[in-house]
Design a protein around this ligand. Structure first.
Ligand code: ADP
Ligand code: TRP
Length: 339
């Protein structure tokens, strides 16, 4: 008998900014680890980015940059199916089909949409839908399709995306209730980091590192930029000789993640005893990041260069993905009576 099929783990990455240290620790590393135990399917959700990014060059740049980041970080394209959402045309046909079995009320309750309405209400606007485009409203439908089309068993996401994966399960259920005799989607299960155990990287201002706060340390910034970004992290003005609380600044928290155990222990002891200034801790952090990321940065830059193998790798990934999406869509068409 053939070997039992492994389960499929799928996730999408929205190309809306330069990948940062938080994305690396919170999303990239855990997803690469899952690729050991699942059939992994990872893609760049460029159509999802369209709800916010309207600059064509920027969208193209982020799409390539995010793809290059994952490859540089160790994604193996022979093992993981890795592609751009926009290269899978079945996505957009299936989006219409499933939207015809999806309740509008479900979409009305989606967090992202409700958040905009709340903001409009607080701002005293008459039209609570002001600034809402249909892309934002339909966002969960498109995401459900990404998941269902690839027959995913599990979907690793950050907590903010949990509702969307639950919606994908609801939408699959709605389709199955109507057409299940002919064709039934697999019901996906979300995987989210357990509360409190997820490593949340602080940004340069001490809040969660996030592009929306403009406090990120980009993964592959050139060394000079990295040095400057870290030098600018605010610290207290306790004199060098005085004892300091290691946990009072992002600098030490970041060093704890990226420095060697020896350096971290030595730095903690020196800060507590007094005699070490924040400037030195920043230098240690810069060195630690450089040490860890310089080899990846080289790969990243090679992939970002014009004419690199990046576009071919993505095209090849799309070909693999369509071996799954094309027959699935055929079965859906058959089930619903189109063709
Ligand atoms: P951002 O907050 O910069 O917009 P996203 O919301 O696009 O980042 O997050 C993409 C992925 O990276 C998610 O899985 C999220 O959980 C993870 N992530 C983002 N910021 C951090 C952080 N500061 N620490 C840990 N994980 C993070
Ligand atoms: N919406 C996700 C985000 O903002 C990205 C995404 C798109 C996704 N399609 C997906 C994630 C399918 C998991 C599965 O981060």
């Amino acid at each position: 008998m053939g070997s039992t099929a492994r389960k499929v783990s799928l996730t999408g990455i929205k190309p809306t900014g330069e990948p940062h240290l938080g994305n690396y620790i919170g999303a990239i590393l855990p997803a690469l680890e899952l690729a050991d135990s699942y059939d992994s399917v990872y893609f760049i959700a460029d159509h999802h980015a369209l709800t916010t990014i309207r600059d064509r060059d920027l969208l193209r740049h982020y799409t390539r940059s995010v793809a290059a980041t994952w490859l540089a970080a160790g994604l193996d394209p022979d093992r993981t199916t890795f592609y751009r959402q926009s290269d899978i045309p079945e996505t957009f046909e299936l989006a219409w089909v499933v939207s015809c079995v999806t309740g509008k009320g479900l979409m009305n309750r989606a967090h992202a949409y409700k958040a905009v309405r709340d903001r409009n209400r607080e701002a005293g606007k008459d039209d609570l839908d002001a600034g809402v485009n249909m892309g934002l409203f339909n966002y969960p439908v498109l995401m459900a399709v990404d998941i269902l089309l690839m027959d995913a068993d599990v979907v690793p996401v950050g907590r903010d995306q949990l509702q969307h994966v639950e919606y994908a399960a609801d939408i699959a259920g709605a389709f199955n209730a109507v057409y299940g005799e002919q064709f039934a989607f697999k019901i996906p299960t979300p995987i989210v980091p357990a509360e409190g155990t997820a490593h949340t990287m602080p940004g340069t201002d001490g809040r969660k590192m996030s592009k929306s706060y403009g406090n990120t340390i980009p993964l592959f910034a050139p060394e000079a930029t990295l040095r400057k970004t870290i030098r600018r992290i605010p610290t207290d003005s306790v004199p060098v000789e005085a004892p300091k609380d290691p946990d009072s600044s992002s600098v030490f928290t970041l060093l704890e993640h990226f420095g060697t155990a020896d350096v971290v222990a030595d730095t903690r002891a020196a800060l507590l005893a007094g005699g070490m200034g924040w400037g030195e801790v920043k230098a240690r952090l810069t060195n630690a990041l450089n040490h860890q990321f310089a080899p990846m940065r080289e790969k990243y830059e090679a992939l970002m260069a014009p004419g690199s193998e990046l576009d071919d790798l993505l095209a090849h990934g799309a070909e693999k993905a369509r071996k799954q999406s094309q027959p699935l869509l055929e079965r859906v068409r058959e089930a619903i009576g189109i063709r």
